[in-house]
Design a protein around this ligand. Structure first.
Ligand code: B16
Ligand code: MG
Length: 218
């Protein structure tokens, strides 16, 4: 069997941390008089922390000093980390563990490719850090998705070319990043939203071993 690089996004692919981002941002947004809805939260998926704050302030047409922004970013992350600290293995999304197990058992390489600066503690909390041969997260890159930097770096760390790399993503920016990087993109979520991916699945639970074999032997 050939060996490929399998690169996983974190939020929305491995775990649903979007709900914790939402709660932490909502507290600040509401205090600023901004009505922050679940629809608004969709705009923040795959987006960096700093950019997320800019989007929220834009919703309320709010101007703020750099000091204010810094303090809100710190407060948001402190609250978010409190939610993360309570996470357990049962928060791993359906179907993810069997795929990780199959990849490991079949000598495939695994990396994370996430915008989050909290990726490591999250993987540790849910008990799957040991599956990853490489981790590239928001601490390692300067260009956010749809720039392919995060995925190219992951492939490089695994010693594989983009053509031998497969990316699992739940955001449009992430799918675009994988495509621009010359990788195979597999989107997880609504195909009407995630257009342009090479393959789409509603959830990880729909991914079969046959499909994984196809990816490996391509
Ligand atoms: P942090 P992903 C992204 O994770 C989230 O989707 C996005 O909502 C969040 O703002 C970003 O991480 C940064 O997270 O504040 O923890 O650094 O989907 O790229 O795994
Ligand atoms: Mg994501």
């Amino acid at each position: 069997m050939k060996q490929k690089a399998f690169i996983f996004d974190l939020d929305g692919v491995i775990v649903d941390t979007a709900k914790y981002h939402y709660l932490a941002w909502k507290k600040i947004a509401n205090r600023l008089g901004i009505d922050f809805t679940h629809e608004h939260n969709e705009l923040l998926k795959g987006v960096s922390r700093v950019r997320s704050l800019e989007i929220i302030l834009g919703l309320g047409n709010i101007q703020a000093t750099n000091e204010e922004k810094e303090s809100w970013l710190t407060e948001k992350n402190t609250d978010y980390l409190n939610y993360i600290n309570a996470m357990q293995a049962d928060e791993i999304l359906d179907g993810v563990l069997p795929v990780l197990d199959w990849l490991k058992a079949n000598d495939q390489l695994i990396s994370l490719g996430s915008a989050s600066k909290n990726a490591r503690p999250i993987l540790e909390k849910v008990g799957i850090l040991h599956y990853f041969d490489a981790i590239v997260d928001g601490n390692d890159v300067t260009n956010a998705k749809p720039d392919p930097e995060v995925f190219l770096r992951a492939a490089q760390l695994l010693g594989k070319s983009p053509a031998d790399s497969i990316v699992f993503e739940d955001s449009m920016a992430g799918v675009e990043a994988a495509n621009i990087g010359g990788m195979t993109s597999v989107s997880i979520g609504d195909p009407a939203i995630l257009q342009g991916a090479h393959y789409n699945f509603g959830s990880f639970a729909e991914i079969t071993i046959q499909f994984l074999e196809t990816l490996v032997n391509k």
